[in-house]
Design a protein around this ligand. Structure first.
Ligand code: NAG
Ligand code: NAG
Ligand code: NAG
Ligand code: NAG
Ligand code: NAG
Ligand code: NAG
Length: 294
Protein backbone atom coordinates (compact mmCIF):
# COMPACT_ATOMS: atom_id res chain seq x y z
CA UNK A 1 0.00 0.00 0.00
CA UNK A 2 2.82 2.38 0.89
CA UNK A 3 4.53 1.67 -2.41
CA UNK A 4 1.28 2.28 -4.21
CA UNK A 5 0.85 5.65 -2.53
CA UNK A 6 4.44 6.60 -3.31
CA UNK A 7 3.90 5.71 -6.96
CA UNK A 8 0.71 7.76 -6.98
CA UNK A 9 2.54 10.75 -5.51
CA UNK A 10 5.34 10.47 -8.08
CA UNK A 11 2.88 10.15 -10.93
CA UNK A 12 0.84 13.09 -9.72
CA UNK A 13 4.03 15.13 -9.53
CA UNK A 14 5.02 14.08 -13.02
CA UNK A 15 1.60 15.09 -14.25
CA UNK A 16 1.61 18.43 -12.48
CA UNK A 17 5.17 19.30 -13.40
CA UNK A 18 4.14 19.46 -17.04
CA UNK A 19 1.95 22.44 -16.22
CA UNK A 20 -0.51 20.86 -18.59
CA UNK A 21 -3.85 19.11 -18.71
CA UNK A 22 -4.12 15.63 -17.35
CA UNK A 23 -2.08 13.33 -15.20
CA UNK A 24 -1.85 9.57 -14.91
CA UNK A 25 -3.34 9.20 -11.44
CA UNK A 26 -6.80 8.01 -12.65
CA UNK A 27 -5.25 5.33 -14.89
CA UNK A 28 -2.18 4.07 -13.03
CA UNK A 29 -3.69 0.59 -13.16
CA UNK A 30 -2.33 0.25 -16.72
CA UNK A 31 1.22 0.40 -15.38
CA UNK A 32 2.98 -2.43 -13.62
CA UNK A 33 2.94 -1.60 -9.88
CA UNK A 34 1.20 1.68 -10.74
CA UNK A 35 4.54 3.02 -11.95
CA UNK A 36 4.70 4.88 -15.32
CA UNK A 37 7.97 4.66 -17.27
CA UNK A 38 10.54 7.18 -16.07
CA UNK A 39 12.74 9.46 -18.16
CA UNK A 40 10.12 10.75 -20.63
CA UNK A 41 8.59 14.23 -20.69
CA UNK A 42 5.16 14.77 -22.16
CA UNK A 43 1.44 15.24 -21.61
CA UNK A 44 -0.22 12.32 -19.82
CA UNK A 45 -3.52 11.15 -21.30
CA UNK A 46 -5.79 8.68 -19.54
CA UNK A 47 -7.56 7.45 -22.67
CA UNK A 48 -11.24 7.86 -21.86
CA UNK A 49 -13.62 6.40 -24.41
CA UNK A 50 -17.30 7.15 -23.69
CA UNK A 51 -17.41 5.64 -20.21
CA UNK A 52 -14.05 4.92 -18.72
CA UNK A 53 -10.31 4.59 -19.02
CA UNK A 54 -8.97 2.05 -21.50
CA UNK A 55 -5.23 2.75 -21.59
CA UNK A 56 -2.66 5.46 -20.97
CA UNK A 57 -0.61 7.55 -23.41
CA UNK A 58 2.23 9.99 -22.92
CA UNK A 59 1.70 12.54 -25.67
CA UNK A 60 4.11 15.05 -27.14
CA UNK A 61 2.38 18.26 -28.08
CA UNK A 62 5.44 19.44 -30.02
CA UNK A 63 5.53 16.26 -32.11
CA UNK A 64 1.72 15.88 -32.25
CA UNK A 65 2.26 12.19 -31.64
CA UNK A 66 2.81 9.93 -28.65
CA UNK A 67 6.02 8.94 -26.85
CA UNK A 68 4.37 5.73 -25.72
CA UNK A 69 1.08 4.02 -24.91
CA UNK A 70 0.69 1.62 -21.99
CA UNK A 71 -2.05 -1.00 -21.85
CA UNK A 72 -3.13 -4.34 -20.46
CA UNK A 73 -3.15 -7.13 -23.01
CA UNK A 74 -6.23 -9.35 -23.24
CA UNK A 75 -6.76 -12.27 -25.60
CA UNK A 76 -8.46 -10.91 -28.69
CA UNK A 77 -11.66 -12.22 -30.21
CA UNK A 78 -13.12 -11.17 -33.52
CA UNK A 79 -12.05 -8.81 -36.25
CA UNK A 80 -10.54 -5.35 -36.35
CA UNK A 81 -13.47 -3.02 -35.63
CA UNK A 82 -14.82 -0.48 -38.08
CA UNK A 83 -14.78 2.70 -36.14
CA UNK A 84 -14.22 6.41 -36.63
CA UNK A 85 -10.86 7.99 -35.81
CA UNK A 86 -10.97 10.19 -32.75
CA UNK A 87 -9.28 13.19 -31.18
CA UNK A 88 -8.88 14.53 -27.64
CA UNK A 89 -10.87 17.70 -26.84
CA UNK A 90 -8.87 18.37 -23.65
CA UNK A 91 -5.69 18.95 -25.66
CA UNK A 92 -7.43 21.73 -27.58
CA UNK A 93 -9.13 23.41 -24.62
CA UNK A 94 -8.01 22.71 -21.10
CA UNK A 95 -11.55 23.06 -19.75
CA UNK A 96 -12.94 20.55 -22.29
CA UNK A 97 -14.01 17.01 -21.42
CA UNK A 98 -11.29 14.36 -21.36
CA UNK A 99 -13.41 11.93 -23.37
CA UNK A 100 -12.17 11.23 -26.92
CA UNK A 101 -14.53 12.20 -29.76
CA UNK A 102 -14.85 11.16 -33.42
CA UNK A 103 -13.59 13.70 -35.96
CA UNK A 104 -16.49 15.61 -37.52
CA UNK A 105 -17.65 14.21 -40.84
CA UNK A 106 -16.98 16.57 -43.79
CA UNK A 107 -18.19 19.08 -44.81
CA UNK A 108 -18.19 19.82 -41.07
CA UNK A 109 -14.73 21.11 -40.26
CA UNK A 110 -12.37 20.28 -37.45
CA UNK A 111 -12.09 23.15 -35.01
CA UNK A 112 -8.93 25.23 -35.42
CA UNK A 113 -7.98 24.65 -31.78
CA UNK A 114 -7.98 20.90 -32.45
CA UNK A 115 -5.83 21.29 -35.57
CA UNK A 116 -3.34 23.37 -33.57
CA UNK A 117 -3.11 21.03 -30.61
CA UNK A 118 -2.88 17.56 -32.19
CA UNK A 119 -2.63 15.46 -35.33
CA UNK A 120 -5.73 15.38 -37.54
CA UNK A 121 -6.79 13.15 -40.44
CA UNK A 122 -5.40 15.64 -42.95
CA UNK A 123 -1.87 15.17 -41.63
CA UNK A 124 -1.78 11.52 -42.70
CA UNK A 125 -3.66 12.01 -45.98
CA UNK A 126 -1.39 11.78 -49.03
CA UNK A 127 1.67 11.18 -46.88
CA UNK A 128 3.84 8.12 -47.49
CA UNK A 129 3.09 6.86 -43.96
CA UNK A 130 0.28 4.84 -42.46
CA UNK A 131 -1.35 5.41 -39.07
CA UNK A 132 0.56 3.03 -36.83
CA UNK A 133 -1.16 2.10 -33.58
CA UNK A 134 1.10 1.94 -30.54
CA UNK A 135 -1.61 0.18 -28.55
CA UNK A 136 -2.94 -2.16 -31.28
CA UNK A 137 -6.61 -3.03 -31.44
CA UNK A 138 -5.80 -6.72 -31.87
CA UNK A 139 -4.36 -6.99 -28.36
CA UNK A 140 -7.80 -6.56 -26.84
CA UNK A 141 -10.74 -8.76 -26.21
CA UNK A 142 -13.77 -6.61 -26.33
CA UNK A 143 -15.15 -4.14 -28.81
CA UNK A 144 -14.96 -1.05 -26.63
CA UNK A 145 -11.35 -1.81 -25.79
CA UNK A 146 -10.59 -2.20 -29.48
CA UNK A 147 -12.42 0.91 -30.57
CA UNK A 148 -10.70 3.01 -27.93
CA UNK A 149 -7.35 2.48 -29.69
CA UNK A 150 -8.51 4.46 -32.72
CA UNK A 151 -7.47 7.85 -31.44
CA UNK A 152 -4.73 9.72 -33.29
CA UNK A 153 -2.99 10.34 -29.96
CA UNK A 154 -2.23 6.59 -29.96
CA UNK A 155 -0.80 6.73 -33.48
CA UNK A 156 2.55 7.52 -35.11
CA UNK A 157 3.55 7.80 -38.77
CA UNK A 158 4.61 4.24 -39.60
CA UNK A 159 5.81 2.94 -42.95
CA UNK A 160 3.40 0.44 -44.48
CA UNK A 161 6.28 -2.04 -44.83
CA UNK A 162 6.71 -2.00 -41.04
CA UNK A 163 3.03 -1.76 -40.11
CA UNK A 164 2.01 -4.67 -42.36
CA UNK A 165 5.30 -6.55 -42.14
CA UNK A 166 7.51 -7.50 -39.26
CA UNK A 167 5.90 -5.15 -36.75
CA UNK A 168 2.57 -6.89 -37.36
CA UNK A 169 4.37 -10.21 -36.96
CA UNK A 170 5.77 -9.05 -33.62
CA UNK A 171 2.29 -8.11 -32.42
CA UNK A 172 1.05 -11.55 -33.42
CA UNK A 173 3.95 -13.28 -31.70
CA UNK A 174 3.31 -11.36 -28.49
CA UNK A 175 -0.37 -12.25 -28.83
CA UNK A 176 0.42 -15.94 -29.19
CA UNK A 177 2.96 -15.96 -26.35
CA UNK A 178 0.80 -14.03 -23.90
CA UNK A 179 -2.31 -16.09 -24.63
CA UNK A 180 -0.50 -19.32 -24.12
CA UNK A 181 1.94 -18.63 -21.31
CA UNK A 182 0.96 -15.49 -19.43
CA UNK A 183 -1.11 -16.58 -16.43
CA UNK A 184 -1.93 -13.13 -15.01
CA UNK A 185 -1.97 -9.54 -16.21
CA UNK A 186 0.31 -8.67 -19.13
CA UNK A 187 1.45 -5.04 -19.05
CA UNK A 188 2.62 -3.73 -22.41
CA UNK A 189 4.31 -0.42 -23.20
CA UNK A 190 4.94 0.51 -26.84
CA UNK A 191 6.72 3.68 -27.89
CA UNK A 192 9.06 5.34 -30.33
CA UNK A 193 12.66 6.36 -30.82
CA UNK A 194 12.90 9.77 -32.52
CA UNK A 195 15.44 10.62 -35.23
CA UNK A 196 18.51 12.48 -33.99
CA UNK A 197 17.21 15.40 -36.03
CA UNK A 198 13.42 15.42 -36.24
CA UNK A 199 11.68 14.59 -39.51
CA UNK A 200 8.09 15.57 -40.18
CA UNK A 201 5.14 14.23 -42.16
CA UNK A 202 5.07 15.96 -45.55
CA UNK A 203 7.80 18.31 -44.21
CA UNK A 204 5.02 20.30 -42.59
CA UNK A 205 6.55 20.54 -39.11
CA UNK A 206 3.37 19.21 -37.56
CA UNK A 207 3.64 15.46 -36.95
CA UNK A 208 7.08 14.04 -36.19
CA UNK A 209 8.12 10.72 -37.72
CA UNK A 210 9.79 8.12 -35.48
CA UNK A 211 12.95 6.39 -36.66
CA UNK A 212 12.12 3.24 -34.67
CA UNK A 213 9.24 1.73 -32.74
CA UNK A 214 9.83 -0.29 -29.59
CA UNK A 215 7.67 -2.48 -27.41
CA UNK A 216 8.11 -4.25 -24.09
CA UNK A 217 5.89 -6.50 -22.00
CA UNK A 218 5.88 -7.45 -18.35
CA UNK A 219 4.04 -10.61 -17.32
CA UNK A 220 4.87 -11.27 -13.67
CA UNK A 221 2.79 -14.46 -13.40
CA UNK A 222 3.46 -17.03 -16.09
CA UNK A 223 3.24 -20.69 -16.94
CA UNK A 224 5.75 -23.03 -15.36
CA UNK A 225 5.82 -25.10 -18.54
CA UNK A 226 7.68 -22.66 -20.74
CA UNK A 227 9.42 -24.19 -23.74
CA UNK A 228 13.18 -23.79 -23.70
CA UNK A 229 13.03 -21.20 -26.50
CA UNK A 230 10.84 -18.88 -24.42
CA UNK A 231 12.63 -19.16 -21.05
CA UNK A 232 14.50 -15.89 -21.43
CA UNK A 233 11.40 -14.04 -22.62
CA UNK A 234 9.69 -14.15 -19.18
CA UNK A 235 8.70 -12.27 -17.16
CA UNK A 236 9.78 -9.49 -19.51
CA UNK A 237 11.06 -9.04 -23.06
CA UNK A 238 11.28 -6.29 -25.63
CA UNK A 239 11.88 -5.45 -29.28
CA UNK A 240 12.88 -2.56 -31.53
CA UNK A 241 11.57 -2.23 -35.09
CA UNK A 242 12.91 -0.19 -37.99
CA UNK A 243 10.65 2.45 -39.53
CA UNK A 244 13.18 3.58 -42.15
CA UNK A 245 14.98 1.28 -44.57
CA UNK A 246 17.83 3.82 -44.72
CA UNK A 247 18.66 3.77 -41.02
CA UNK A 248 22.11 2.49 -40.07
CA UNK A 249 22.29 -1.02 -38.66
CA UNK A 250 23.77 -0.55 -35.16
CA UNK A 251 20.41 -0.93 -33.43
CA UNK A 252 18.57 -3.28 -35.78
CA UNK A 253 20.47 -5.14 -38.52
CA UNK A 254 18.82 -5.77 -41.88
CA UNK A 255 18.20 -9.25 -43.26
CA UNK A 256 18.73 -8.78 -46.98
CA UNK A 257 17.61 -12.30 -47.85
CA UNK A 258 14.00 -11.42 -47.10
CA UNK A 259 11.64 -11.44 -50.05
CA UNK A 260 9.44 -8.65 -48.80
CA UNK A 261 9.76 -5.42 -46.84
CA UNK A 262 13.56 -5.43 -46.76
CA UNK A 263 14.87 -2.89 -44.27
CA UNK A 264 11.94 -2.95 -41.84
CA UNK A 265 13.27 -5.61 -39.50
CA UNK A 266 12.31 -6.07 -35.87
CA UNK A 267 14.93 -7.18 -33.39
CA UNK A 268 13.75 -8.92 -30.22
CA UNK A 269 15.94 -8.18 -27.19
CA UNK A 270 16.01 -8.21 -23.39
CA UNK A 271 14.42 -5.21 -21.65
CA UNK A 272 17.83 -4.04 -20.38
CA UNK A 273 19.13 -3.78 -23.96
CA UNK A 274 16.12 -1.71 -25.03
CA UNK A 275 16.73 0.63 -22.10
CA UNK A 276 20.37 1.08 -23.20
CA UNK A 277 19.31 2.12 -26.71
CA UNK A 278 16.66 4.44 -25.32
CA UNK A 279 19.18 6.03 -22.99
CA UNK A 280 21.58 6.63 -25.88
CA UNK A 281 19.02 8.37 -28.04
CA UNK A 282 17.04 10.23 -25.37
CA UNK A 283 20.20 11.30 -23.57
CA UNK A 284 18.93 10.28 -20.14
CA UNK A 285 18.16 7.19 -18.14
CA UNK A 286 14.92 5.51 -19.15
CA UNK A 287 13.14 2.80 -17.18
CA UNK A 288 10.07 1.10 -18.64
CA UNK A 289 8.88 -1.08 -15.75
CA UNK A 290 9.20 -0.79 -12.00
CA UNK A 291 12.38 -2.66 -11.01
CA UNK A 292 12.62 -4.06 -14.54
CA UNK A 293 9.53 -6.23 -13.95
CA UNK A 294 11.56 -8.55 -11.71
C1 NAG B 1 -13.60 9.06 -17.75
O1 NAG B 1 -13.82 7.80 -17.21
C2 NAG B 1 -14.15 7.74 -15.84
C3 NAG B 1 -14.41 6.32 -15.45
O2 NAG B 1 -13.23 5.61 -15.30
C4 NAG B 1 -15.31 8.64 -15.53
O3 NAG B 1 -15.56 8.62 -14.13
C5 NAG B 1 -15.05 10.03 -15.99
O4 NAG B 1 -16.16 10.85 -15.75
C6 NAG B 1 -14.71 10.02 -17.47
N1 NAG B 1 -14.56 11.34 -18.00
C7 NAG B 1 -13.52 12.17 -17.79
C8 NAG B 1 -13.62 13.51 -18.44
O5 NAG B 1 -12.55 11.88 -17.12
C1 NAG C 1 -14.05 26.71 -21.98
O1 NAG C 1 -13.61 28.06 -21.92
C2 NAG C 1 -13.94 28.82 -23.07
C3 NAG C 1 -13.26 30.18 -22.96
O2 NAG C 1 -12.99 30.54 -21.64
C4 NAG C 1 -15.44 28.92 -23.17
O3 NAG C 1 -15.78 29.67 -24.33
C5 NAG C 1 -16.01 27.52 -23.30
O4 NAG C 1 -17.42 27.55 -23.33
C6 NAG C 1 -15.55 26.64 -22.14
N1 NAG C 1 -15.96 25.26 -22.43
C7 NAG C 1 -16.45 24.45 -21.52
C8 NAG C 1 -16.78 23.06 -21.98
O5 NAG C 1 -16.65 24.80 -20.37
C1 NAG D 1 -3.93 13.87 -52.52
O1 NAG D 1 -3.37 13.54 -53.78
C2 NAG D 1 -4.33 13.47 -54.83
C3 NAG D 1 -3.68 12.95 -56.07
O2 NAG D 1 -2.34 13.33 -56.13
C4 NAG D 1 -4.94 14.86 -55.01
O3 NAG D 1 -5.93 14.81 -56.04
C5 NAG D 1 -5.57 15.30 -53.71
O4 NAG D 1 -6.05 16.62 -53.83
C6 NAG D 1 -4.58 15.25 -52.57
N1 NAG D 1 -5.26 15.50 -51.32
C7 NAG D 1 -4.74 16.26 -50.35
C8 NAG D 1 -5.56 16.40 -49.14
O5 NAG D 1 -3.65 16.81 -50.45
C1 NAG E 1 -15.03 -4.89 -21.91
O1 NAG E 1 -14.03 -4.97 -20.95
C2 NAG E 1 -14.26 -4.20 -19.80
C3 NAG E 1 -13.05 -4.26 -18.93
O2 NAG E 1 -12.45 -5.52 -18.92
C4 NAG E 1 -15.51 -4.70 -19.12
O3 NAG E 1 -15.79 -3.91 -17.98
C5 NAG E 1 -16.67 -4.61 -20.09
O4 NAG E 1 -17.82 -5.16 -19.51
C6 NAG E 1 -16.35 -5.34 -21.38
N1 NAG E 1 -17.40 -5.09 -22.35
C7 NAG E 1 -17.89 -6.03 -23.15
C8 NAG E 1 -18.92 -5.57 -24.12
O5 NAG E 1 -17.53 -7.19 -23.08
C1 NAG F 1 -4.30 -13.98 -31.02
O1 NAG F 1 -4.32 -15.14 -30.24
C2 NAG F 1 -5.58 -15.78 -30.21
C3 NAG F 1 -5.52 -16.92 -29.22
O2 NAG F 1 -4.45 -17.78 -29.48
C4 NAG F 1 -5.92 -16.26 -31.60
O3 NAG F 1 -7.19 -16.87 -31.61
C5 NAG F 1 -5.94 -15.07 -32.54
O4 NAG F 1 -6.15 -15.49 -33.87
C6 NAG F 1 -4.66 -14.30 -32.46
N1 NAG F 1 -4.82 -13.08 -33.22
C7 NAG F 1 -3.88 -12.62 -34.02
C8 NAG F 1 -4.23 -11.41 -34.79
O5 NAG F 1 -2.79 -13.13 -34.12
C1 NAG G 1 15.91 6.29 -48.47
O1 NAG G 1 16.85 6.58 -49.47
C2 NAG G 1 16.30 6.58 -50.78
C3 NAG G 1 17.45 6.75 -51.77
O2 NAG G 1 18.27 7.80 -51.33
C4 NAG G 1 15.24 7.68 -50.89
O3 NAG G 1 14.66 7.64 -52.16
C5 NAG G 1 14.18 7.44 -49.85
O4 NAG G 1 13.25 8.49 -49.85
C6 NAG G 1 14.80 7.32 -48.46
N1 NAG G 1 13.77 6.95 -47.51
C7 NAG G 1 13.52 7.64 -46.41
C8 NAG G 1 12.43 7.13 -45.55
O5 NAG G 1 14.14 8.62 -46.08
Amino acid sequence: MKRWLAALAVAALLGLSQGDVGDFSPCLNFFYRYWPPSGFNGTPICQNYTNGHYFATLYSRERRSPWYSAYLYSTPAGKRPKTAWKYEPQLAKSNASGVMLPFPVPPKRVDESVVKSQAVQQDYLNSSYTRGHLNPSLHHQNRSDRRSTFTLTNVVPQKMESNDGMWAALEMRVNATMTKYCAGPAYVVTGIIPYRTDRWLKDEHRVAIPEYLWSAYCCPTYSRDLPESLRRTFPTFAAIGRNDANSTEEIVPVDRTRKKFVGYDVRPMPLADLEIYLRERYGRKIAIFSRQCL
